[in-house]
Design a protein around this ligand. Structure first.
Ligand code: SF4
Length: 236
């Protein structure tokens, strides 16, 4: 896993020397995930159960870094009309209100729909957060059971251990790379940080200057009990 960490760290620093845009960072990270997981899937002849139209994992908590949020915000501005933007910001506001008082664990146990899910599909699929990108399932039935029993943490994990470990190492490598180049590596909750980015376009400038992009209220909350997240958890 040390190799994965070093590779991710080096590839991001190299890429950032050429281009520090949120889109470039996001693309570099997801391409790296794809290289790792495609290699593991091919080497071990794995059958990934995920398919179009299945969206159980879009009712889980998603945590992101600022560059991903700015990438998504820009994509949304380009693709949506003013009226669609208003519908989305209203949805984001009501989701943020619903999750505001919850712990991380409570959020996971509630099946709260991601504000970016539209008619059962991700409305930002090509620029979806890297956690969504790396998430996968070896067993759709477990995802369904976890969806139907969201507070049951005894259902076994849905991901493949090798992919989980490798992408974890990659996440660490890329987070350290952001620190090294002086960019915000804080973890934020997706809905809260996206709403903040859409309400405050000036936050992008703060981020480019190396400051924390979003207020504390949008930050990810600490994990209370190790191993207390659902088996299908996107954060594993
Ligand atoms: S961002 Fe897209 S893929 Fe991720 S949880 Fe939301 S709808 Fe699902």
């Amino acid at each position: 896993m040390n190799v994965v960490y070093k590779e991710e760290n080096a590839s991001l620093i190299q890429s950032l020397k050429k281009n520090r845009s949120p889109e470039n960072i996001h693309e570099t990270v997801v391409k790296f995930y794809d290289r790792i997981s495609n290699r593991i899937v091919a080497d071990n002849q794995l059958n990934i159960a995920c398919e179009r139209g299945c969206c159980y994992c879009c009712y889980l908590r998603v945590e992101v870094r600022a560059h991903e949020v700015f990438t998504i915000a820009r994509f949304i501005h380009e693709k949506r009309s003013e009226q669609e933007m208003e519908i989305l910001t209203n949805k984001l506001r009501s989701t943020v209100n619903a999750i505001g008082g919850l712990t991380r664990e409570e959020h996971f146990a509630r099946n709260i729909e991601c504000s970016l899910l539209l008619d059962g599909e991700c409305s930002v699929y090509s620029v979806r957060p890297s956690l969504c990108h790396k998430h996968h399932s070896m067993d759709a039935d477990r995802c369904r059971r976890s969806f139907q029993n969201p507070s049951d943490v005894s259902i076994p994990p849905v991901g493949h251990p090798l992919i989980i470990q490798s992408t974890r190492a990659a996440i660490l490598g890329f987070s350290d790379a952001l620190d090294k180049v002086g960019l915000d590596s804080t973890l934020y909750e997706l809905n809260a940080s996206l709403l903040a980015a859409l309400d405050h376009p000036e936050y992008g400038k703060k981020w480019r200057k190396g400051k924390k992009a979003f207020p504390r209220s949008a930050e990810a909350k600490p994990r209370l009990v190790e191993g207390s997240l659902r088996s299908s958890s996107i954060l594993r």
